[in-house]
Design a protein around this ligand. Structure first.
Ligand code: AHR
Length: 505
């Protein structure tokens, strides 16, 4: 099989926003407790933050982190999580039926974000609360002082305001599972009111309004239209949530996931632009893909039947090499749509469907999916080029006939780095001819590959930590041999079911 990928420096899709390499920490399972926060752990700093997790977060290239949910936020009373720790109430988290001790809250998260060197992105509760609690949280975080909530923050030890720029107006409000689930009309009105109140506190902040929680949900499309009719003037971004898994051994459909993902992104963009057109507006709403990943959600038992526990091991998916190939393809797809995708968060950062796992009191390690994310974050810089692809097709039961090869090419004029992210979704090798027209002087700097031949997944509840760590390490990228470059043409043989990064300088 052969493929041809053509790029030219004049054909630019858009600037790659560093916020595409974001992640997400929810009060869910062990994402916070024994994930980022474990006082008494040998690697914990004075604040109780696990340094091993912070080191991996940095290595992952994480730019922005969304907090505190997720489904959790829809009944979260943020005031519970601030002030003297021994006075904070213990609550039942209704989303995940977990005992929430509130020993980690907004101030701890802000300190953690500063230590980890990431930008905070906060979500407000629009499930069981409204504009008042949301505006108060903006005041707590962003006003220097002299008002009730800003002075409360200062009394709690944070003299300087946090200056949180990105705010999510609730979470997955289209989902019937969401506490305080609403119709698009109800949510649209509430989101508009909340954004207006919050902006009166701090006019410099940006808003993400909830889009659909998946392409398959029945209200998708109409939800975006109605919500944006209400909030178009108030918001900057609309969210997209998308999770993929292999179902019933249908490997081809799983490998084609990113094609469906890309169609989903373009449909949301088209809907937002249709709302703009009706209003005769030049404003372009961009996407915040603030939950994306591989998630074996079918293996997750019904939320309503969970036992009430503290720090349960919830949805700790253990990933295979094939999962890493698909995750890499999903992230490359986000980069390729850099003109309209501004923010993206792999869900989540640690333990919960995450690129890294920890053992309470023990090690922290990389999962298979860590590798393509870290490499992409490190090297996909500058602008995304419009990569034209001709090559084999992949027949899938779920998404129809999709491209068998996906390609995303980035160009960073500052460092002179041209990077091709190439995915072979087919079951046979592909000889790819990359025509980098106008880039005649580049030389190969690095070529790495992850082959998805291992599709065996584990279980963090039963497998030993060392076995799980070995699984993650086994999917570490290997050198991709045999890349040849002659002027404006390079040739790369992409192994079957693989993700590759080829970098020229
Ligand atoms: O990331 C796990 C969950 O997935 C989030 O809480 C929710 O927003 C989504 O359904």
């Amino acid at each position: 099989q052969t493929a041809r990928i053509t790029v030219h420096p004049s054909f630019v899709v858009g600037e790659i926003d560093r916020r595409l390499f974001g992640s997400f920490v929810e009060h869910l399972g062990r994402a916070v407790y024994t994930g980022v926060f474990e006082p008494g752990h040998p690697a914990a700093d004075a604040d109780g933050f696990r340094r091993d997790v912070i080191d991996l977060t940095r290595e992952l290239g994480t730019s922005v982190v969304r907090y505190p949910g997720g489904n959790f936020v829809s009944n979260y009373f943020w005031e519970d999580g601030v002030g003297p720790v021994d006075e904070r109430p213990t609550r039942i988290d209704l989303a995940w039926r977990t005992i929430e001790p509130n020993t980690f809250g907004t101030d701890e998260f802000m300190r953690w974000a500063r230590t980890a060197g990431v930008e905070p992105m906060l979500a407000v509760n629009l499930g069981t609360r409204g504009a008042d609690a949301a505006a108060n949280l903006v005041e707590y975080c962003n006003i220097p002082g002299g008002t009730t909530w800003s002075d409360r923050r200062r009394a709690n030890g944070a003299e300087e305001p946090y200056g949180v720029k990105l705010w999510c107006l609730g979470n997955e409000m289209d989902g019937p599972w969401q506490i305080g689930h609403k119709t698009a009309e109800e949510y649209g009105r509430l989101a508009s009111q909340a954004a207006q109140a919050m902006r009166r506190v701090d006019p410099t902040i940006e808003f993400v309004v909830c889009g659909s929680s998946g392409r398959e949900i029945a209200t998708f499309g109409e939800w975006e239209r109605v919500v944006l009719e209400h909030t178009f003037d108030d918001v900057d971004y609309i969210s997209v949530h998308a999770y993929y898994q292999e179902r019933d051994g249908d490997r081809a459909s799983f490998l084609g996931s990113a094609a469906s993902f890309e169609a989903f992104l373009r449909e949301v963009i088209a809907t937002a632009d249709a709302v703009a057109g009706r209003r005769r507006s030049d404003k372009r709403i961009r996407l915040s893909v603030d939950e994306w990943n591989v998630w074996y959600v079918d293996e997750f038992a019904g939320e309503e039947n969970l036992d009430l526990r503290e720090q349960p091991r919830l949805i700790e998916d253990v990933y295979s090499a094939l999962d890493a190939v698909v995750a890499g393809d999903l992230l490359a797809t986000l980069v390729r749509n850099a003109d309209r995708v501004a923010v993206a968060c792999v869900a989540q950062l640690v333990n919960v469907i995450a690129p890294m796992l920890t053992e309470p009191g023990g090690e922290a390690w990389k999962q298979t999916t860590f590798h393509p994310i870290a490499l992409t974050a490190a090297h996909a810089r500058g602008v995304a080029l419009d990569a034209r692809i001709e090559g084999p097709r992949l027949a899938t039961a779920k998404h129809g006939d999709v491209s068998g090869v996906s390609g995303t090419v980035t160009w960073d004029a500052g460092s002179g780095s041209l990077v091709a992210l190439l995915v072979n979704r087919t079951a046979e090798p592909v000889e790819a001819r990359v025509e980098h027209l106008g880039f005649a002087d580049v030389a190969l700097a690095e070529a790495s590959v992850i082959v998805g031949d291992d599709n065996v997944r584990g279980a963090s509840s039963t497998d030993a930590a060392a076995d799980l760590a070995a699984r993650g390490a086994a999917a570490a990228p290997q050198p991709l041999d045999g890349v040849t470059t002659d002027g404006e043409v390079s040739t790369v043989v992409l192994p079957a079911e693989s993700w590759s990064l080829v970098r020229f300088t």
